[in-house]
Design a binder for this molecule. Structure first.
Ligand code: SF4
Ligand code: SF4
Length: 370
């Protein structure tokens, strides 16, 4: 059994701590005697109908694991979690299931019961998009991290250029390590974090596009320089010129941005400026927004369950009647598109609106960058 705080190859100075099984046992035990008030909020439990993968069922498996019972059944429970924190919004004690799950998955890996699919879900160091590098200013105090899941670096580069703010990028392949830690490969993830932290040492502000990476760096990594892309854009959106005509859009709260970091208002303000209209809300929104099934490797381990979750969320967003849904997570946007919804990650949507404005009358003049 893995006890105490897990550590990477070196003692990372900013790391607030990555709890092991012994650290989460008391909370997991508390959860396993709770009357499951959160059950309706868990997308995996709802999609699969399996009691063993409710938050309560997962924590029951985790308590058994802390007693030394780590089996294939433990793996089946603890890999049935997207890390969405939906249970946390409904949980009176406010338990943190993703932290319990990370600790348990590390123990499952150690015991040799991890699903083979986790290797592909662990992410990998990625080089920045050529367009981001081409527009970067070496040594600029603001450093932008797109994240390894984004294939839209060209759109992000266009949006950043439109703000007029000089930025730099990390010019070698990097990964923050969050996905590796999520799936139980704790040493790999912490090693990647250590490499990235060393490369960011001169940055004053680190703008992180993927909210999953942002939470890991800011909360788990203890890095106060980290700001999410939507929050950063909200402070610069008055520099952007968007088309005169409004467009009906819906907004999907990414789990790691909303429940993970409490960032709700800023992306709505940015989308409202770009669309010329307040974005529509799905029936479940803000801290009760439903997950798309994209998190913590769940879609790799149970693609059928993840597809049901994505289809459920896509239907909720389609019911708004908006022609396009905007979110701020490349993984969530991809899952919604796979479910048949027109869904765009925020940089892609903003880039399209900027391009549209360039072809016609803009609604507002962009102010000069300072
Ligand atoms: S996550 Fe919270 S509400 Fe859900 S079963 Fe555990 S203690 Fe109860
Ligand atoms: S974090 Fe999400 S998927 Fe995981 S147990 Fe809680 S509600 Fe279910």
């Amino acid at each position: 059994v893995t006890g105490g705080g897990l550590r990477g190859p070196a003692d990372l100075p900013g790391l607030a701590g990555l709890p092991g099984l012994a650290d989460v046992r008391a909370d997991a035990e508390h959860c396993s005697y709770c009357p499951k008030l959160c059950r309706f909020a868990c997308p995996v439990a709802v999609a699969t109908g399996r009691e063993s993968v409710t938050p309560w069922g997962i924590d029951r498996a985790i308590v058994a694991a802390t007693d030394g019972t780590v089996t294939a059944a433990t793996a089946a429970s603890v890999y049935a979690c997207t890390g969405c924190r939906g249970c946390g919004s409904a949980c009176l004690p406010g338990l943190d299931l993703p932290t319990h799950v990370r600790a348990a998955r590390a123990a499952v890996v150690e015991a040799g019961h991890a699903p083979a699919a986790i290797e592909d879900a662990a992410g990998a160091p990625a080089a920045p998009d050529d367009a981001l590098v081409a527009n970067a200013t070496a040594g600029a105090p603001t450093v932008v991290l797109a994240g390894c899941q984004s294939a839209d670096g060209g759109d992000l580069a266009r949006v950043l250029a439109a703000t007029g703010v000089a930025y730099d990028v990390v010019r070698v392949p990097v990964c923050c390590g969050a996905r590796a830690v999520d799936v139980g490969l704790a040493d790999d993830g912490l090693g990647r974090l250590e490499v990235l932290q060393a490369l960011l040492v001169a940055a004053e502000t680190v703008v992180v596009a993927d909210p999953h990476c942002a939470r890991w760096l800011q909360v788990d990594g203890g890095d106060a320089r980290v700001v999410t892309l939507p929050a950063w854009l909200a402070a610069h959106v008055d520099r952007l010129a968007f088309p005169a005509e409004a467009e009906p859009v819906a907004w999907h709260d990414p789990c790691w941005l909303g429940r993970g970091l409490g960032v709700y208002d800023e992306p709505r303000a940015v989308v409202a400026a770009a669309a010329g209209a307040t974005p529509s809300e799905a029936i479940w929104h803000h801290d009760h927004a439903r997950c798309t099934g994209a998190g913590m490797g769940y879609e790799a381990v149970d693609p059928d369950g993840a597809a049901v979750i994505a289809a459920t969320r896509a239907a909720e967003l389609a019911a708004t009647g908006a022609s396009v849904t905007v979110t701020a997570c490349p993984s969530a946007a991809a899952r919604l598109r796979a479910a048949g919804l027109e869904a765009l990650d925020l940089p892609v949507y903003l880039s399209r609106r900027l391009a549209h404005a360039a072809d016609g009358p803009a609604r507002a003049d962009a102010s000069e960058p300072t």
